[in-house]
Design a protein. Sequence first.
Length: 239
Amino acid sequence: MVISQALRRVQGRVGQDAILMVDDDAELCALMDEFLGREGYQVASVHDGAAGLSAALNGRYDLVVLDVMLPVLDGYEVLRQIRRRTNVPIIMLTARAEERDRVTGLEEGADDYLVKPFAAAELLARIRAVMRRTSESPTIKPRLVELGDLRLDERMHAVLCGGVPVELTESEFVILEVLMRAAGRIVSRDELTAVLYQREATPYERSVDVHVSHLRKKLDPYSRTRIRAVRGEGYMIAG
């Protein structure tokens, strides 16, 4: 698929974070382009799932904003295919407020989700929160964290589980790092939510639980070191 001139212009700019908007609502994309542009971001937009997948895999983007309801390929399929190739941060947009829709996105590897309609300022806050987690501070020396048969390389953003490389999403990586650094201590859902999203957990929110469930499924086949749920309190890991 040919990448449009607009996409090439965004990919060619240096010094500003590049965001890919994949949404069939052209008016919304134009509004977000204008709003996020004023905030210092470079935004490219495509309007169907196939074009979004091609752009995400062939372009150089710091974050993808991906709608669920898309023509050609739906957002979940685009998400799955992107995750097979890259860990680029992804924020899902959905017009459906049902919990199962949000959970599906998180289970497939989305880093955050936002229900339509939303305020532009809220999307901006979510983008900043996710990108803070993915950016590396040059003042922090690279560190390795080891616990039992788990080895987490902060600089390389890599995890070895019983000697086997395991691919994690950004959110899963952050949760594992927090738990490993707090080994032997219960880390509450509120703490994990604050680290992931820079906000308080909302009542009945399951975002953290979904990420932890996905993380355990990836680690458990290779590792004897287990993440344990502590009922009513949070999660802990011990070597």
